[in-house]
Design a protein around this ligand. Structure first.
Ligand SMILES: *Cc1c(COP(=O)(O)O)cnc(C)c1O
Length: 432
């Protein structure tokens, strides 16, 4: 085990001034054991911590650093924007350019509103859907995570699973009863819920590729089936593309799978590392948002000029370099192929799910298609594997129930290093 005395001391110190020592729960490493590493800097594929260790990063700030850390195009745009002031609280030309860029990239978006996080984006989208339809209920899927808004903390993924609090205290019964849940990839249950709540369902929200229970791929026909059902029942279909947006294709999962929702929520990559989110969709829905319409939603720092500069630099780069997606797909395919070979060598057949540059290994030999099958993974084994990888300088998401994100900074050589570390870490975790 690598000794990390400075990180350990900082984590100790953090306990007295920050709840659990962290500003977002999964960072605390509770699901994998050990103490989190405190970072000081990052560049390209590498993270550097307080103890002087270097890690190859496969989380990339939970997605945003698609081009690797400290990407020059993004950093330059930020530095250029700073002298003009950090915030105005008044409209700017950049916000129009950003909106136009998003509209040009994401198929479902005709109008868009900028916010400051993925959580704000999903909370606002649901409010618009409710205001527009005059209905109260929403349907979400078990194991999908849509940020920490009250309506979504029912059978939620990501940190909510990791900590074993799928239904958070503080969410009222009134709120909880308006959230109906179905297993991912299960159209029949959705149909049953819609039938039992005729004319009461405002929206169906989902991650079009689920990344917050580990990576789960939508089955053939699942997204199309939801699309038809929503059309028939006047339900607003919302794709939460906070994770998949600009990652799986310039236009996100909706472009990759050719299914267009009514509304989309965005985050992570859209800010290039700055705190940015957005929600958008059809004109008639978005014109329900104040001041155009009656649904209130606002933000003091929304459309912040520095954040817009970072996001615009990121998105412009992606729009102008579609080869990024081929590169990411190839790199990730080679990582997964290497992992498959490792498993063959060890006589194991664990499930690996992948779409583009997102993937997860589940320590179960059965297919993982929803939250129940994801939970068959041996999470104790995952914890040992995670720490064995960390000791080999590979930084993974510290929970079974997260996807890994590959950046363009992962070269063939680094990919080979990952595969070798994976073999050793699997052996170590299994021989424990
Ligand atoms: C990360 C995430 C969110 C929440 O975004 P924050 O910026 O953390 O509030 C919402 N939905 C999905 C799919 C996410 O992955």
């Amino acid at each position: 085990m690598l000794q990390a005395p400075i990180s350990n001391e900082l984590f100790q110190r953090a306990q007295s001034s920050i709840p659990g020592g962290v500003n977002s729960p999964v960072r605390a490493f509770r699901a994998v054991g050990g103490h989190p590493r405190f970072m000081v800097s990052a560049n390209g594929p590498y993270l550097y911590d307080e103890d002087g260790y270097r890690y190859i990063d496969f989380i990339n700030s939970w997605g945003p650093m698609l081009l690797g850390h400290a990407a020059e195009v993004v950093q330059e745009a930020v530095l250029k924007a700073i002298p003009d002031s950090l915030s105005f609280g008044a409209p700017t030309r950049k916000e129009i350019e950003m909106a136009e860029l998003i509209v040009s990239m994401v198929p479902s978006i005709e109008k868009v509103r900028m916010v400051n996080s993925g959580t704000e984006a999903t909370m606002s989208a649901i409010r618009v859907a409710r205001g527009y339809t005059g209905r109260d209920k929403i349907i979400k899927f078990e194991g999908c995570y849509h940020g920490h808004g009250d309506s979504f903390l029912i059978a939620a993924g990501s940190g909510a699973i990791t900590l074993g609090v799928p239904d958070s205290p503080g969410v009222t019964e009134g709120t909880a009863k308006d959230t109906l849940t179905a297993p991912y990839n299960n159209l029949e249950v959705v149909q049953t819920l819609v039938d039992a709540n005729k004319g009461q369902v405002a929206a169906i929200i989902l991650e079009p590729v689920a990344g917050n229970m580990g990576l789960v791929v939508p089955k053939e026909g699942f997204l199309q089936g939801l699309r038809s059902l929503c059309d028939k029942e006047g339900i607003v279909l919302i794709f939460d593309e906070v994770m998949t947006g600009f990652r799986l294709a310039p236009g996100g999962a909706q472009q990759l799978f050719g299914v267009t929702p009514d509304m989309s929520t965005l985050g992570k990559i859209i800010g290039g590392g700055m705190p940015v989110g957005a929600y958008g969709g059809k004109k008639d829905l978005m014109d329900y948002v104040a001041p155009a319409g009656p649904v209130y939603q606002a933000g003091t720092l929304s459309g912040n000029p520095i954040a817009m500069s970072a996001g615009m630099a990121m998105l412009t780069y992606l729009q102008e370099h579609p080869e990024v997606y081929t590169q990411l797909d190839n790199t990730t395919a080679s990582l997964v192929a290497g992992m498959q070979q490792n498993m063959q060598q060890l006589g194991r057949n664990y499930t690996i799910n992948r779409v583009g540059s997102m993937f997860s290994i589940f320590f179960t030999e059965q297919p993982v298609v929803d939250f129940d099958s994801a939970k068959t993974s041996d999470t104790a084994l995952f914890g040992r594997y995670f720490n064995a990888m960390l000791n080999r300088g590979i930084y993974l998401a510290p929970s079974q129930y997260e996807a890994l994100f590959v950046s363009t900074a992962i070269t063939d050589k680094l990919a080979a290093q990952y595969v070798q570390a994976n073999l050793e870490a699997l052996q170590e975790a299994l021989n424990h």
